[in-house]
Design a protein around this ligand. Structure first.
Ligand code: HEM
Ligand SMILES: *[C@@H]1O[C@H](CO)[C@@H](O)[C@H](O)[C@H]1NC(C)=O
Ligand SMILES: *[C@@H]1O[C@H](CO)[C@@H](O)[C@H](O)[C@H]1NC(C)=O
Ligand SMILES: *[C@@H]1O[C@H](CO)[C@@H](O)[C@H](O)[C@H]1NC(C)=O
Length: 328
């Protein structure tokens, strides 16, 4: 075989096995303003509704853990496909999809069919952190968008708010994310809100005991009891930390004083393997920021190796998986 053929075969293999090769400034030639457009749209969204940037940042986690960072979670259901929007962790919970739609629309105007929705999620998540007072970092780009999505795949992976630290350590390890990465990434809960629905069990029946989680600090528990009474509206939301609009290390200070909102948060302090990191981050914000950046970059590198495309609309695949089969 000729050298060229070898090279082509090798490159094909590389894209199939490893996925897309990601690098900084991927759009510097094809869409030089891509990153500034995303930042501008995120700023607009934040001015319109401060919480929305937190909601968008959460997309990175829910996207990357389910078959890699491929914008699968943005796909609307079709007659042949139940996607991720209705999965246990996402239904009535993920929000601000329209912010991504606005970003995509602005990008399509500037450079049609060039910037993937998967990359939009990565850029926008970084911007959410930078715009709320957290660190700013360079992201690698060049992801493709998935052709499909699966509710089941999301249900199989995404953790419940009831999860404990041991479970979360094991889960993150499956994605090559260390204990330190996991604790730092949980620090994303420095911004945003959660529903009463997510904490009813810890307020009234922790582990089926009929009692509240003993780790709850009493004043904070009373506050949550008022916000989330038994039989009340479980769609009511509460702040994930004491400064929900500022990305800082307040979240870790709150965990140290028993004021974590979710069980999955508080368990990071009550469990020995994670406690030292919570302490460290509560005392040293720079350490938290550094570890958080590292974790976000690692999580952003997750890929499925499946065939992909650049969608025109983040909610709709251009090609269906069946078309791909017919093409080959
Ligand atoms: C460690 C395991 C994690 C668990 C169990 C978890 C669970 C949750 C839950 C239950 C909520 C509230 C949802 C609701 O009540 O509707 C939430 C909110 C949020 N999560 Fe996580 N999460 C985890 C890790 C992460 C990671 C790694 C990120 C991002 C890097 C993230 C970003 C967020 C954000 C920003 C919010 C607030 C969203 C808003 O205000 O709309 N979470 N999470
Ligand atoms: C943590 O959760 C897992 C599974 O959800 C459970 O089997 C385990 O007993 C829990 N560990 C602790 C220390 O509560
Ligand atoms: C608490 O949970 C246990 C086990 O899931 C259940 O049997 C019990 O009925 C619950 N109690 C209340 C008050 O909901
Ligand atoms: C929360 O609101 C949604 C609609 O936004 C509704 O379908 C759901 O039943 C509500 N859930 C609870 C627990 O009240």
């Amino acid at each position: 075989m000729s050298l060229l053929l070898h090279l082509i075969l090798y490159l094909l293999l590389l894209t199939v096995v490893i996925g897309d090769i990601l690098r900084p400034r991927f759009y510097s030639e094809t869409c030089p303003d891509a990153e500034s457009i995303v930042r501008r749209e995120m700023k607009k969204a934040m001015i319109k509704e401060a919480r929305s940037v937190a909601s968008v940042m959460r997309f990175q986690f829910h996207d990357c853990f389910v078959n890699g960072c491929d914008a699968s979670l943005l796909l609307d259901d079709t007659p042949n496909m139940i996607g991720e929007k209705l999965s246990l962790s996402n239904i009535d919970s993920l929000r601000s999809y329209e912010v991504v739609d606005d970003i995509k629309e602005a990008l399509e105007k500037a450079c049609p069919a060039t910037v993937s929705c998967a990359d939009i999620i990565i850029m926008a998540s970084r911007d959410a952190v930078a715009l709320t007072g957290g660190p700013d970092w360079e992201v690698t780009l060049g992801r493709k968008d998935s052709l499909t999505a699966s509710q089941q795949d999301s249900d199989d992976v995404m953790p419940s708010p009831r999860a404990n630290a041991t479970y979360l350590i094991d889960l993150f390890k499956r994605f090559d994310l260390s204990v330190k990465d996991m604790v730092a990434l949980s620090g994303s809960h420095s911004i945003g809100q959660g529903r009463c629905f997510s904490i009813m069990f810890r307020l009234y029946n922790q582990s089926g005991s009929g009692k509240p989680d003993p780790a709850l600090e009493p004043d904070y528990k009373n506050k949550l009891n008022k916000l989330c009474p038994l039989g009340g509206d479980e769609n009511v939301t509460g702040d994930l930390d004491a400064t929900p609009l500022v990305f800082d290390n307040q979240y870790f200070k709150d965990l140290v004083s028993g004021r974590g909102f979710l069980n999955s948060d508080q368990t990071l302090y009550t469990t020995q393997e994670t406690r030292e990191y919570v302490k460290l981050f509560s005392e040293d914000q720079d350490e938290f920021f550094k570890a958080f950046e590292e974790g976000m970059v690692k999580m952003g590198d997750l890929q499925s190796g499946r065939d992909g495309e650049i969608r025109f609309n983040c909610r709709v695949a251009n090609r269906r998986p069946i078309d791909v089969l017919l093409e080959s």
